[in-house]
Design a protein around this ligand. Structure first.
Ligand code: FDA
Length: 304
């Protein structure tokens, strides 16, 4: 049943008409739990609150799989505005972005030119930028562009998904020389040819990738899985890995208790803060990760 629900939410999340319908009727459902708001100002306020509690942030202007060059330009402009706001308001935050929002599916050259503009501004303002990893169909293109741009913009990272069979090799090649990789389990619907279908294999691969990256570079350990966090902390202590070589990352609205607890224990904790009008796909992935969230959603709708 859980697997079916997971597949259903991931499929609906890719549906542009469903997203348009949701936007048009303004049905924000329970998305406010996971999304800071629709405007940049909402993201700034959320980041300030987190910073006040000793948490860092990474801000994401929501949007993905765009098909028109004008939309890609708008998304790039929003990234630039987000960088300016982080700088002007002195927020302790960096930027996360998705290449398909910047036109990767329209024309890779267009996407590269938007990325160069964003990375140049980020470089001037000394703000770190990270490419989120999307579905497998875009993985190689994302890695190729990351490698190309990394030569010119060192303050720049990418995400590697533990569920992909290829990821150990990617971590070993991309994560060397102090590179900063965010490691996640993976949130998209993929075929067993390219991704481990069983959760236990994904968890095992994830723990292994974390250890590899901790040895060779900087690891952003992005998970709410307490067992993995505890296991990693034990391994970190046993191997004398300094706190400067890693951070924990979690999503806005998820396990806020654990975010705060780790920060209070002296670890660097960064919260992923998404904002914007195109929240539907992101929200569906959050429901797919934990179908129990549907009860939360239904309760929220009953109260309205
Ligand atoms: P797991 O799914 O095993 O969950 C462990 C526990 O966490 C659950 O038991 C529950 O308590 C809590 N939890 C997890 N998800 C929840 C939810 N949606 N609602 C409520 N509770 C939840 N993926 C990707 O493919 N590309 C990317 O670029 C990113 N980027 C990214 C950034 C950051 C900062 C994080 C934390 C995650 C991502 N992800 C991602 C998502 C990631 O791949 C994964 O889907 C989620 O983190 C859920 O997996 P966990 O590691 O939390 O473990």
């Amino acid at each position: 049943m859980e697997t079916l629900l997971r597949k259903l939410f991931l499929a609906i999340g890719l549906n542009k008409s469903a997203a348009r319908l949701m936007r048009r009727y303004g049905a924000r459902l329970g998305a406010a739990r996971f999304v800071a708001g629709t405007e940049l100002r909402d993201a700034a306020e959320a980041v300030k609150r987190l910073n006040d509690e000793g948490l860092l942030a990474t801000v994401d202007h929501l949007g993905e799989f765009v098909r028109h060059a004008e939309d890609a330009k708008l998304a790039a402009d929003m990234c630039l505005m987000t960088l300016d706001l982080i700088h002007n308001e002195g927020l302790q935050a960096n930027l996360s972005l998705k290449l398909t929002s910047l036109g990767l599916d329209i024309d890779p050259a267009l996407c590269e030119s938007h990325m160069r503009a964003i990375l140049s501004r980020a470089n001037e303002l000394r703000i770190f930028v990270r490419i989120d990893m999307e579905d497998y169909a875009h993985c190689q293109a994302a890695i190729d562009l990351y490698r190309k741009l990394k030569r010119d913009y060192p303050n720049f990272g990418i995400v590697i998904q533990a569920y992909l069979r290829r990821s150990e090799l990617d971590v070993r090649t991309l994560g060397r020389n102090g590179a900063n990789l965010r490691l996640v389990k993976g949130a998209y619907k993929e075929s067993p040819q390219v991704a481990y279908p069983l959760k236990k294999d994904v968890d095992e691969a994830f723990a292994k990738l974390i250890r590899i990256q901790l040895k060779q570079g900087y690891a952003a350990i992005a998970t709410h899985d307490e067992a993995i966090i505890e296991q990693s902390l034990r391994w970190i202590a046993d191997n004398n890995i300094p706190n400067e070589k890693f951070e924990f990352q979690m999503l806005y609205g998820i396990r806020e208790d654990l975010q705060k607890q780790l920060a209070d224990e002296g670890y660097r904790v960064r919260v992923y803060v998404p904002y914007g009008k195109d929240w539907f796909g992101y929200f569906m992935r959050r429901l797919a990760e934990r179908p129990a969230n549907v009860w939360f959603l239904l309760k929220h709708m009953r109260r309205k």
